[in-house]
Design a protein around this ligand. Structure first.
Ligand code: AP5
Ligand code: MG
Length: 213
């Protein structure tokens, strides 16, 4: 299966992607995760990405298109399929993806669009905590870790500061619509109501994927 998951920052792409990967075994490709790994390793690309991510801006298309193209050419993709999370994020990236998939002999099966009210997103992002050891994402209120937990075992993302979140939302709201239109024209989009409990969202996502399969 070859899928995209789309939605504004904090819509729940990563949360749902983890469940999709567990259930369907597809390879998860998150450009945000790839950039954060490069930032952690302080590679040249990581340093460049950081200068955009810290301001809530998008990393330039040529850099992002390059890393996705390389990743899609890896051997696990043919075997497992893929779930792209956070890419494409500009119309130019959508066109680059069309070209890359055609070159690799792959076709897109569907686009899951998690639709959320932007007003709820600042609260979601400011309460997000990530487990240092496993990378698993939680929320202090909406999805706390089980039992008593030690706050020191978790971190918050640098770009989840309120000023950066506002810029991320503005950038993504402006860029998102033309991409969705591009895929709607191809009849690939399923809209999912994202302002529901995480498990209910996943129930709807699963129904959508089972129709796509
Ligand atoms: P990226 O990492 O992709 O961030 P994003 O799109 O801003 O989205 P998030 O990861 O913040 O949110 P999410 O939708 O995954 O939500 P989550 O499941 O964690 O990108 C980061 C940056 O990298 C970008 O700003 C850009 O600079 C750069 N970048 C990445 N891709 C790029 C590209 N293609 N081109 C250029 N630049 C790129 O959930 C959020 C919180 O809400 C969690 O705490 C979760 O527990 C909670 N939650 C989830 N679902 C629910 C629910 N249903 N109800 C209540 N709480 C919920
Ligand atoms: Mg994410």
């Amino acid at each position: 299966m070859h899928l995209l998951i789309m939605g504004l920052p904090g819509a729940g792409k990563g949360t749902q992607a983890a469940k999709i990967v567990d259930t369907y075994g597809v390879s998860h490709i998150s450009t945000g995760d790839m950039f954060r790994a490069a930032m952690k390793n302080e590679t040249e690309m990581g340093k460049l990405a950081k200068s955009f991510i810290d301001k809530g801006e998008l990393v330039p298309d040529e850099v992002t298109n390059g890393i996705v193209k390389e990743r899609l050419a890896e051997s696990d993709i043919k075997e497992n399929g893929f779930l792209l999370d956070g890419y494409p994020r500009t119309l130019e990236q959508a066109h680059a993806l069309d070209k890359t998939l055609a070159e690799l002999g792959l076709t897109l099966d569907g686009v899951i669009n998690i639709d959320v009210n932007p007003d709820s997103l600042v609260e979601r992002l400011s309460g997000r905590i990530i487990h240092k050891e496993t990378g698993e994402t939680f929320h202090k209120v909406f999805n706390p870790p089980a039992g008593e937990y030690n706050e020191d075992d978790y971190y918050q993302r640098e770009d989840d500061k309120p000023e950066t979140v506002k810029r991320r939302l503005d950038v993504n709201i402006a860029q998102g619509q033309p991409i969705l239109d591009h895929y709607r024209e191809q009849n690939l989009v399923t809209d999912i109501e994202g302002n529901q409990e995480i498990d209910q969202v996943f129930k709807d996502v699963k129904e959508a994927i089972d129709r796509i399969k």
